[in-house]
Design a protein around this ligand. Structure first.
Ligand SMILES: Cc1cc2nc3c(=O)[nH]c(=O)nc-3n(C[C@H](O)[C@H](O)[C@H](O)COP(=O)(O)O)c2cc1C
Length: 235
């Protein structure tokens, strides 16, 4: 009888902890936000909210004015997952990909204000680990604005995502036609981000007007840039 009571208490404790964890996920990882060889693990995505996909489509708008406020690491986690998160054991992702060749690379330029408990810098999203890896400690927001023909609002956003493409992953399979598949895929990933951003109460815009070579240079990326996507809290 006594043993049964202990088991019930343990079960209740376990359930309470699960409920608390779901209500308050490990938003900011830890204060240290330690990077290891795999990079910085992002908080588990998937905290539920009550906005339907339909509502998000209805309300989505391109937003170019952002409050001077940080994003949380959880918000970054959700946005990266929306763009390129892995959703099954075979490595398939949130966005469709011609022949599942996955040519897209997702970069994050974090400035000031940026992301809570994260230093400014350039990072790459690693879908397999749902983590980010640091590429450099530089805040390159000014340079990104310059590459983007002076679109100054990019600088005001706490995070500018950059979708880059390794075309050969897809053209090796589909030849020249693969180029169009890659650009289509970037559109799918970006639309996922628009909808996710809407459900998080954030604002973003897909920016296609920029000088490719300048952007590659400033960001130090080998992938071909397709989109710059500044995200922040709408003004
Ligand atoms: C391929 C593409 C490129 C775009 N490039 C830019 C851009 O360089 N700068 C910008 O401010 N908006 C850009 N936009 C956003 C459009 O201006 C925006 O989607 C359009 O005005 C419709 O507004 P909505 O997104 O709020 O519906 C781009 C959108 C797409 C699809």
């Amino acid at each position: 009888m006594e043993r049964q009571k202990i088991l019930i208490v343990i079960a209740l404790l376990f359930i309470t902890m699960r409920i608390l964890y779901q209500a308050f996920p490990a938003d900011e990882a830890t204060e240290e936000n330690q990077f290891n060889e795999e990079g910085l693990a992002l908080p588990q995505p998937g905290k539920s909210n009550n906005i339907s996909v339909r509502q998000a489509m209805q309300d989505r708008r391109s937003i170019r004015g952002y409050r001077d406020e940080e994003l949380s690491l959880y918000e970054v986690s959700e946005l990266a997952w929306a763009a390129q998160g892995i959703t099954n054991e075979e490595g398939y992702r949130t966005a469709p990909s011609a022949g599942a060749t996955y040519p897209l690379e997702l970069f994050l330029a974090v400035g000031e204000p940026g992301v809570s408990n994260l230093e400014s810098g350039l990072f790459r999203y690693i879908p397999e680990e749902h983590s980010i890896k640091e590429k450099s400690e530089q805040n390159v927001k000014e340079e990104i604005v310059e590459a983007a023909l002076g679109q100054n609002f990019i600088k005001e956003a706490p995070v500018a995502f950059i979708i880059g493409a390794e075309y050969n992953r897809t053209t090796d399979v589909y030849g020249d036609r693969g180029k169009r598949y890659v650009k289509m895929e970037a559109g799918h990933a970006a639309q996922n981000m628009y909808l996710m951003s809407e459900t998080l109460g954030l604002g973003m815009v897909t920016v296609g007007a920029f000088n490719d070579e300048d952007l590659k240079d400033f960001v130090g990326m080998e992938a071909e840039p397709v989109y710059i996507i500044p995200v922040g809290r709408p003004e």
